[in-house]
Design a binder for this molecule. Structure first.
Ligand SMILES: [Zn+2]
Ligand SMILES: [Zn+2]
Ligand SMILES: [Zn+2]
Ligand SMILES: [Zn+2]
Length: 296
């Protein structure tokens, strides 16, 4: 199969538009642009074979032969590493669905309430006649009281308070029907300071001192390097695109941005992996154990 991989790499060489000495750039190009785009064809390849194809292309493009790649295979080590980042994260308020507003309890969201002056009828008793509709001082020829001028004999007049509608703006919400959400004070979201980001990296390295260090710090709270940039600057290291997860209550022993090694091996069992948008070596990612580890 190695021979086939080499001839495949030779054929791919021309379509890999990378002018760089850095293997990282070849991974960043070949995985999305060649492997993922031709998924049907490359799904027959194991992760190990895909890794070899990339390194063969890298070797060909930089030195013109396969020697460089073969040296790399001799020293190859794999790591699962992670970093943490407790940047403040905003999360939508569940209570109001992120709107910041909820229906006013007082008016059930209608924005109005019954007028208390007229109990919702729109009319109040005429103060002039006390409601009987008759004038107190004017009488007709037969001595009967005239109709009250004020209410035209109705005994009732339109309520001033509500203009006869019987309803007024809700005082609780000023007629808007909504009030600021109690839970988020109208913000619609919370800043959740307990939420931490964890970035998980698959790292391929043939840098002897990095690999030695990784072996020592594997599964400890001592970091491998102070930050991701340090790894990305190395020419004999490839960092496969990080997976981002959000966790809570991560152990405080981890310093933000520093890279910690969860698992290290220099004798990888590279297992076949069907969706190689990321390169998964030796995984089955033992996620439950990983969680226990970062919480400790
Ligand atoms: Zn809310
Ligand atoms: Zn209201
Ligand atoms: Zn009224
Ligand atoms: Zn009246």
């Amino acid at each position: 199969m190695d021979i086939d991989l080499k001839s495949l790499a030779s054929r791919l060489r021309g379509s890999v538009k990378v002018n760089s000495d850095r293997p990282q750039d070849y991974f960043n190009y070949i995985y999305p642009k060649i492997f993922t785009k031709n998924q049907e064809y490359f799904s027959n390849f194991s992760s190990e074979e895909l890794l070899k194809v990339v390194l063969y292309v890298y070797s060909l493009k930089t030195t013109g032969d396969f020697k460089k790649a073969e040296d790399i295979f001799e020293n190859l080590a794999f790591m699962i590493a992670f970093s943490t980042d407790d940047q403040v994260v905003s999360v939508d308020c569940n209570n109001c669905g992120g709107q910041g507003r909820e229906d006013c309890d007082e008016c059930s969201g209608s924005g109005n309430e019954e007028c208390s002056d007229c109990d919702g009828s729109g009319n109040i008793t005429c103060s002039e006649c006390g409601g009987d509709g008759k004038s107190s001082d004017e009488t007709d020829e037969e001595g009967n009281p005239e109709d009250c001028d004020f209410c035209d004999g109705e005994g009732q007049v339109e309520c001033d308070n509500c203009g006869g509608d019987g309803r007024v703006d809700c005082r609780e919400c000023d007629g808007t029907g909504g009030i600021n959400c109690d839970y988020c004070d109208g913000e619609g979201e919370f800043e959740d300071e307990d939420l931490n980001f964890v970035y998980i990296y698959n790292i391929i390295s043939w840098n002897p001192s990095l690999n030695d260090r990784a072996e020592i710090v594997e599964a400890t709270k001592e970091s491998l390097v102070p930050n991701l940039e340090t790894l990305l600057e190395m020419d004999d290291v490839v960092v496969v695109q990080p997976t981002e997860t959000r966790e809570e209550e991560i152990s405080e022993d981890y310093v933000d941005d520093e890279i910690y090694v969860y698992e290290y091996t220099d004798s990888p069992e590279i297992v076949p992996y069907n969706q190689h948008r990321t390169l998964n070596f030796r995984l089955k990612f033992p996620f439950q154990n990983f969680k226990n580890f970062i919480y400790m």
